[in-house]
Design a protein around this ligand. Structure first.
Ligand code: FDA
Length: 307
């Protein structure tokens, strides 16, 4: 019941100001977003790699309103890639990007987002790593998939995300599995209407399994983005049945969530990639994490009220 309210609040400027100013917010935000700058996140990356994990880095930010902000987002990623080059981590550190941050929602946004993301994908390829396009709300997805297709002409390793809660996703999965893409499957984190998305958790889980089967049986590289122990076990079984070796798919989880499980799966020989977000514009990302688990809201309220 609470999740839709929190997701609605994630779009409100008034709530953004309130949450950002609340005492105790910083401490809770740090659980999910371990730094505001590249220099703060680099040791987190090094620590993860030392534990046998891999990472995908997200410079947080999405609700930009000017082309200048979109260019600044592109430059933030280029700066990140320059730092990663010095660390020599190859594909152990890849990047996740939200096209809204690259200007997708502005006038002429499709072309602008493509123009901004291309140099990031090029720079990533030049240091031997890759970029995955995150999935945002359903109205943005046709544009995201078109940009993904366009980028893959020159950089076939570019990945994208699909969301199990959307009715359209089984078709998207079939197309992507056939053309050999890197695809991250997630449940979906936005507030979507009943016309386009399952609302029931059980239905979403069943769709997740159907879609994962399509990806595992296809020609691409599946990336299982979930913390759900049942779906992780089912995905392992689907991979085994499809004859995939351990390096022919990977698991992905978010920084700060079920961290012991990251290490356990890596120790079993799985590729485990931790989605690690950093930056100052953390509000939207943080609110989606609160919405996923109402207990987080209690933790947040408690630390705010005890300050
Ligand atoms: P579920 O929500 O059922 O959680 C399973 C268990 O994990 C919970 O019982 C709890 O123990 C733990 N857990 C999950 N979320 C938690 C939280 N916030 N705090 C504390 N514990 C939590 N979505 C999207 O729309 N577009 C995208 O591009 C991405 N990208 C992405 C990348 C990666 C690597 C991951 C793991 C997830 C995403 N997501 C996403 C988010 C995704 O859609 C979904 O909202 C979350 O992963 C939560 O769903 P689970 O599959 O973990 O299951």
């Amino acid at each position: 019941m609470l999740a839709p309210v929190i997701l609605a609040a994630s779009r409100s400027d008034k709530m953004r100001r309130f949450v950002s100013a609340a005492p105790g917010t910083k401490q809770v935000v740090e659980r999910f977003i371990p730094g505001e700058t590249v220099d703060q996140v680099v040791p987190v990356v090094q620590e993860a790699v030392a534990k046998g994990l891999e990472v995908t880095l997200d410079v947080v930010g999405e609700d930009i309103t000017t082309p200048e902000q979109a260019a600044a987002a592109r430059d933030a990623y280029l700066d990140l890639i320059a730092h990663l080059k010095d660390l020599g981590l190859g594909t152990k550190a890849e990047m996740s990007v939200k096209l809204s941050m690259f200007g997708q929602a502005l006038d002429g946004g499709h072309e602008l987002a493509l123009a901004n993301v291309r140099p990031v994908v090029e720079a990533a390829a030049a240091i031997g790593t890759t970029v995955t396009l995150d999935a945002e709300d359903h109205t943005t997805l046709d544009s995201m998939f078109a940009i993904h297709d366009e980028l893959r002409k020159d950089f076939p390793q570019t990945g994208c995300v699909i969301q199990a809660y959307l009715f359209r996703t089984e078709d998207d999965a079939r197309r992507l599995a056939e053309n050999g893409s890197r695809v991250r499957i997630v449940k979906g984190a936005y507030k979507e209407p009943a016309e386009v998305a399952y609302q029931d958790k059980g239905e979403i889980d069943k769709a997740y399994v159907r879609i994962t089967r399509i990806l595992m049986e296809g020609a691409g590289y599946p990336m299982i983005g979930s913390h759900d122990p049942r779906l992780i076990a089912i995905s392992q079984e689907l991979a085994r049945r499809a004859g995939r070796k351990l390096d022919e798919y990977e698991f992905q989880m978010l920084y700060g969530i079920r961290s012991e499980e990251h290490v356990r799966l890596a120790a079993e020989g799985h590729r485990m990639r931790v989605y690690t977000a950093y930056g100052t514009d953390w509000y939207g990302y943080f609110m989606r994490r609160l919405a996923e688990k109402p207990a987080n809201l209690l933790f947040f309220a408690r630390s705010t009220l005890t300050k």
